[in-house]
Design a protein around this ligand. Structure first.
Ligand code: SAH
Length: 341
């Protein structure tokens, strides 16, 4: 069997070239892109303004792959988490987060994850494979069907490490921005701190938002929480973040999960402030979501307030993640694990 083109994942330019190679005028490419990325169809047959004969021709040389919704859960605040089954039977999670002023989605970039963070549910299952750009876009398009408002924000904070699947993630980002019209500033790549990936991203000169999962102010503690951090020491990581901010003019977000008795003391906060001195940064404090089978607990509200105050007294911009979707097991990897059990 000859290789079929995967339409989902192709840019308008690539679709134009494909249409032309099949003897059609170039504008068919734009029409196909609109059907896929704007009208969110699941099949070539639905592309009503293409001549029937061309649809047949397209069917024989290309396919429009879409995932299957294998499970979903919705909480009262509208947060909806989908379990999506891919063509090879692998399952990933994607989450819809509607707010008053925006509709955000949280997508996975890999099946499983190699980082093996001590506190994370996805890490427990190990790494399976990278997602293709079309599979990432499918997550967004499938979530879009859950809500009449348009998705305005995309965060790569689902399963996997986006900077270890760089090419597919960037191909998806370009289509999210171009063909789907989502502002670059509204796309966030969250990384465990892959320094070379951050350096490469800075060279793209995009207005993307970079978020770095710091979770500890020292190498020793960070390595306990994030085994992969052994390869990326803090001095080089922070310096890559400083360069990213300087090159792009964009403030870098540092994510910090507060775990009781592990990384949440006022002295950790003071050390963190020192580490980020001179970096155009914001710290995003995240309440830890307990993972069944792991001993970590979230910090008390009082500890969070104190941690925040120490940072702010030292001039650091702090935000706190509004907690959403706890009832839908919205923490990284939890729905997939539950379904697997
Ligand atoms: N690999 C990327 C993105 C995936 S996770 C990264 O590490 O940034 C997105 C964020 O959720 C990361 O900051 C991650 O550390 C955090 N996270 C993972 N498990 C969590 C949990 N149980 N509770 C709260 N945050 C968690």
């Amino acid at each position: 069997m000859k290789d079929l083109h995967h339409l989902l994942g192709m840019t308008m330019l690539e679709l134009t070239a494909l249409a032309e190679s099949l003897g059609q005028p170039g504008y068919r490419g734009r029409q196909i892109a609109d059907w896929i990325y704007k009208r969110n169809v699941s099949s070539i047959q639905e592309m009503a303004n293409l001549p029937a004969a061309f649809r047949e021709r397209l069917e024989s040389s290309a396919r429009l792959y879409r995932s299957r919704v294998a499970g979903s859960s919705k909480s009262a605040d509208g947060t909806t988490k989908l379990l999506l089954e891919l063509e090879d039977g692998q399952r990933i999670e994607a989450v819809l987060l509607p707010y008053e002023d925006r509709v955000s989605v949280c997508v996975s970039s890999q099946v499983g994850c190699a980082a093996a963070c001590a506190f994370c549910a996805t890490g427990m299952g190990g790494f399976c494979r990278n997602l293709k750009s079309g599979e990432i876009l499918d997550e967004v398009l499938t979530l879009q069907r859950e809500i009449p408002r348009r998705i305005s924000h995309v965060v790569f904070m689902g399963m996997g490490e986006p900077l270890l699947n760089y090419d597919s993630v960037m191909a998806a980002v370009k289509i999210l921005n171009g063909e789907m019209g989502i502002a670059m500033r509204h796309i966030t790549i969250s990384t465990v701190g892959i320094t070379p990936g951050i350096e490469r991203l800075a060279k793209e000169h995009l207005q993307l938002t970079l978020a770095v999962s710091l979770h500890a102010p020292s190498d020793s503690l960070r390595r306990e929480l994030i085994p992969l951090a052994r390869r990326y020491p803090l001095d080089k990581l922070i310096s890559a973040c400083r360069d990213y901010a300087n090159t792009t003019g964009r403030r870098v977000t540092f994510e910090y999960i507060l775990i009781q008795g592990v990384n949440d003391s006022p002295s950790h906060a003071a050390e963190l402030a020192l580490l980020l001195r001179g970096v155009l940064a914001a710290v995003n404090l995240i309440p830890y979501n307990a993972v069944p089978g792991l001993d970590f607990k979230r910090s008390s509200d009082a500890a969070v307030r104190k941690f925040r105050r120490v940072l702010e007294e030292r001039g650091i911009t702090v935000s706190q993640r509004a907690e959403r979707g706890r009832s839908v097991s919205a923490a990284c990897g939890q729905l997939r694990r539950r379904a697997a059990e």
